[in-house]
Each structure stands twice: as structure tokens, then as C-alpha cells.
Design a protein around this ligand. Structure first.
Ligand SMILES: [Zn+2]
Length: 66
């Protein structure tokens, strides 16, 4: 028997496996920190351009950056 209320999901921010559970206030993220990153409220690095960062599965080395 598997408890479907306590399943493992991948954190959308760092991809770490975490429990999706009512006791985890940061779900589906692994932590409050990752939740804030996803919300764009990650202010520790003040030099970052504000706005929602789009996660990429892979980086294209040929990308044209002007
Ligand atoms: Zn995370």
C-alpha cells in the first residue's frame, strides 16, 4: 500500500526530490528558499535582473548574446 498523500516530487527549482505533504509548507518545493527563488523574491543576490527566470533543460553554447 502506498500513501498517495505523501508522494515524492521533484523540487521545481533545484530538482531535488522532496515530499509533497501537507506538513511541508513549501511544497512542491523542497524548502522555503526554493519557493522564494521560484517566486522571484530571491533578493540575496542583488545584482540579478528582476523577473521570473526561465529554467532550461540544457544551455545552448551557440546562443547569441549581444
Ligand atoms: Zn529545491
Amino acid at each position: 500500500m502506498t500513501d498517495s498523500k505523501d508522494r515524492i516530487v521533484s523540487c521545481p527549482t533545484c530538482k531535488k526530490e522532496t515530499r509533497y505533504h501537507a506538513n511541508n509548507p513549501s511544497r512542491p518545493f523542497c524548502s522555503e528558499r526554493c519557493r522564494l527563488i521560484d517566486l522571484g523574491e530571491w533578493a540575496e543576490e542583488g545584482h540579478r535582473i528582476p523577473g521570473k527566470r526561465v529554467p532550461t533543460e540544457f544551455d545552448d553554447p551557440e546562443i547569441d548574446t549581444h
